[in-house]
Write a protein that binds this ligand. Sequence first.
Ligand code: KE4
Length: 439
Amino acid sequence: MRSSFASTRHMTNVTRSAEVMARARDLFPGGVSSPVRAFRGVGGEPIVVARGEGARIWDVDGNEYIDFVLSWGPLILGHASPIVLDALDSAMQNGTSFGMPTELEVQLGELIRQRMPHLEMMRFVSSGTEATMSAIRLARAFTGRDAVLKFDGCYHGHADSFLVRAGSGVATLGLPDSPGVPAELAALTLTAPFNDLEATTRLVRDNKRGVAAIIVEPIVGNSGFIVPDRGFLEGLRALADSAGALLIFDEVMTGFRIAPGGAKERFGVTADLTTLGKVIGGGLPVAVYGGRRDIMERVAPSGPVYQAGTLSGNPLAMAAGVATLTALTPALHARIEKRTSALVEGLQKIGDDLSVPLTAGCAGSMWGFFFSSKPVRNFTDAKASDVKLFRRFFHAALDRGVYLAPSPFEACFMSAAHGDAEVESALDRLLGAMEAAVA
Ligand code: KE4
């Protein structure tokens, strides 16, 4: 069975990308504004994007790609969604920022709470890092404890306490843990293997000074795509309760992707605090932390836990978020989920038919795969997958016009703009890429 997609290199040239990157490297560390964009996890030169529309992006040399990164998750309606652009157009006419309360913040907050009632109260910030950093500070204040527990390979942004055996770009770059984080602070971050309730329980029980919070990606997207074992999240809930710790679901990536109501809807487990980002901004900088009212009321100015932000609740970002969540009905969510499953089943079949050890999975509109013959249950398993084959496959896919996450330790996404035609075309191109990668 051979791919019907022309096997000639899809990209006739990437000259302009190379030119722009040469200038960028003179200006920015690694030539990028965020490390994972530098292709260090896959080698070669990053492509420089010129524009996006729906499920596609075009680089500065005019090469077209079906995009499964979608700005690392936010673009659930696709690139340059007319719904989002119209909302931004109207909001812009009234001004771009006020540093004052606006009704748009209330509208987005109400939409979020309608879908996730366990966010009884919340606070908008401008990045996922701000959301998780603030949630941890709040948990430490609420419990009067300093230690926090995270999981190997999970990534919660770049605040000091999280740069301990983290995933995403930290894992991609093989950084042990980032320099610059004081040892005394890093010592307050306990790390356990994902899906290992016994080790987690031991760590919590052995920490005599108590743990302020257990923070987890309910489905991991930053070690690659890894789902929790049955009962794991329920076990964390019970452990947190018995230890007097708060349970924090970092849903910056999973929120509004793994189910319309996030992890609570998918797994039936309620966290004390939840962080969201990406989708709720529709591509503009928005994140939020929220949860139990008795905890959130400790946040300034109603309480003493300080946290602030000049552009928090920015009206343009709020407008994009309101437009995105309003469009993201359960019916649309189900349609995207169905196509995500079709794509992942097709990719698994390609691996099986070519006898390539591959395990692919999805949840809602989030998906991923490892070149591994056994299920990947934690970061150690993920690191043991065939990363070299991943690199060859990534570039073979890129050459055929499919843009996957440029690291084996990331997840991929789908949007409302990825129709049956995009899924079919992507699978045809990925077949050719797999044949080339294993040749
Ligand atoms: P930001 O500070 O990048 O907005 O969010 C941090 C964050 C927090 N929690 C989770 C579960 C996340 O996935 C992220 C950020 N995700 C990465 C991709 N794995 C963003 C891409 C990047 O670092 O450039």
